[in-house]
Design a protein around this ligand. Structure first.
Ligand SMILES: *Cc1c(COP(=O)(O)O)cnc(C)c1O
Length: 231
């Protein structure tokens, strides 16, 4: 199957997941996670009308946006170091992986310097895994309270990567916890436009859609398995 055929199949599966959850397909953005994959794959999808792509590494984001020069919507979903912020602001439509005030401030500062406002999500380590980035659920209210004061950024919601599961249903408690965290944050900060829950990958997107995901980030099911030649 071509990348476009696999994308269409995934689009169909997201539609089914929405129907099963009693949601409209338009409520969920399918982000094609193209990390480690060549620009030619992205071009093929772009020609088929796909707009939303996800990248994890600043260097790849720079290389691909420059090679493609297409009006796509890039989502930065990887761990971001403050010294890479300059490469990402202005290229990424949204940065999903903000997990400190320091990083939020760096993004805000660079955005202001360029006369922009950057949309961000706060990454939550909802599974409490040692190896994952993201803040703990307990730290979320304070971080949101601080980030909302930072000029140059707009906090639009939350992002999570949940522990790997054998079966999609096993991930549901984590996604449900994320949904609750978003609801609580909305109550606490009604002035913030908190609309998004970026959650769900190839192995768990159905469960994520069921629990209210508004952005699923799908790599493997669209582009195939990854190898990491650049790392
Ligand atoms: C790689 C990656 C994805 C895509 O994962 P797949 O399992 O290949 O669909 C989604 N989100 C993040 C943050 C990633 O790093």
């Amino acid at each position: 199957m071509t990348v476009t055929e696999r994308y269409r199949e995934m689009d169909r599966q997201v539609r089914e997941a929405c129907e099963a959850a009693g949601r409209r397909r338009e409520e969920v953005t399918l982000i094609a996670v193209s990390k480690t994959k060549p620009a030619s794959d992205i071009r093929e999808l772009a020609e088929a009308g796909v707009l939303d792509f996800g990248e994890n590494y600043a260097k790849e984001l720079v290389e691909k946006t420059e090679a493609l020069a297409l009006p796509l919507r890039w989502h930065f979903i990887g761990h971001l170091q403050t010294n890479k912020v300059r490469q990402v602001v202005g290229r990424a439509q949204m940065i999903h992986s903000v997990d400190s005030l320091h990083l939020g401030e760096a993004i805000g500062k660079e955005s202001l310097r360029r006369g922009l406002e950057t949309e961000i999500l706060v990454e939550v380590n909802v599974g409490g895994e040692e190896s994952k980035s993201g803040i703990s659920p307990e730290e979320l209210p304070d971080l949101l309270g601080s980030l909302r004061e930072v000029p140059g950024i707009r906090v639009r919601g939350l992002m999570a990567i949940v522990p790997p599961v054998e079966e999609q249903d096993a991930a549901r408690p984590y996604f449900e916890a994320m949904r609750r965290l978003l609801e609580e944050a909305r109550r606490e900060y009604p002035d913030l436009p908190l609309e998004h829950l970026s959650m769900g990958m190839t192995g768990d997107f159905r469960a994520a859609v069921r629990e209210g995901s508004t952005m699923v980030r799908i790599g493997t099911a669209i582009f195939g398995e990854r190898s990491y030649p650049n790392r």
